[in-house]
Design a protein around this ligand. Structure first.
Ligand code: CTP
Ligand code: CA
Length: 222
């Protein structure tokens, strides 16, 4: 086992990680959300902490324990997640793993909608802020390394590369969620898309993928 500075290459660095889904309320008892166990983001937070980073984990609602050595900030909605991320800056690296709901209802009902009041409600949606794109464009406060995730069902590399450009981040970690066992499972098969190259990583446990990502982040920052 490595000891001393080599074992903790991220000592003194602050890492911001988002994980889990967001939950967007419709009324006091209902809402819309995304499918996300939070496992991959939590594993990355844990791996970064193991390498010595001070880690702020901004988390949507998940059923996972806080990883050792990680400061967790619980949020529900995308707007709360953005505010918590902005409050956590500055950070040397931002890793945006959360499955953020792209839309929320434009007006949250203050009391429970009743089904006997004239049929299904007509909901109108508005777009949520893009947390990754906002932080990637945050001027002097921008983390040196901004890493996004992309869960895709087809043309994985092309879609992910387009996202890299659109969101102004440095890397996209892309995965094909049609791969059996990835969504909600313990394994992941990812591509690392950087501005000038693509790497195809072997299928591995989410913990092993997290450790590899943390290691690559340490190399990029040191
Ligand atoms: N993301 C974010 N805030 C949002 C939407 C997405 O921070 N409102 C981040 C995710 O955490 C992820 C990356 O952006 O790191 C890509 O998310 P994804 O849902 O794949 O991208 P979208 O731009 O929302 O595109 P689409 O869902 O249409 O594929
Ligand atoms: Ca999305």
């Amino acid at each position: 086992m490595l000891r001393g500075p080599a074992a903790r290459p991220l000592a003194g660095r602050h890492a911001l990680v988002t994980a889990g889904p967001t939950f967007e309320a419709i009324d006091p008892v209902r809402g819309i959300t995304n499918r996300s166990s939070g496992r991959q983001g939590y594993a990355i937070a844990e791996a970064l902490a193991r390498l010595g980073a001070r880690v702020t984990l901004v988390s949507g609602p998940v059923a996972l324990p806080t990883p050792p050595g990680v400061t967790r900030v619980d949020v529900e909605s995308a707007r709360q997640m953005l505010a918590a991320c902005e409050a956590a800056l500055p950070a040397e690296v931002g890793v945006f793993v959360a499955a953020v709901a792209d839309w929320r209802v434009d007006e949250v009902f203050g009391s429970k909608l009743k089904k006997d009041k004239g049929g299904p409600p007509a909901l109108t949606f508005v777009e949520n802020p893009d947390i990754l794109a906002t932080l990637a464009a945050s001027g002097p406060d921008r983390p040196k390394l901004v890493v996004g995730f992309a869960a895709e069902t087809d043309d994985v590399e092309a879609h992910a590369r387009a996202k890299l450009a659109r969101k102004g981040c440095d890397w996209i970690i892309a995965n094909d969620v049609t791969e059996p066992g990835v969504m909600g499972g313990t394994e992941n098969a990812v591509l690392l898309i950087a501005k000038d190259h693509t790497e195809r990583w072997e299928r591995a446990s989410k913990d092993a993928v997290a450790q590899a990502i943390a290691q690559r982040i340490a190399e990029a920052l040191t």
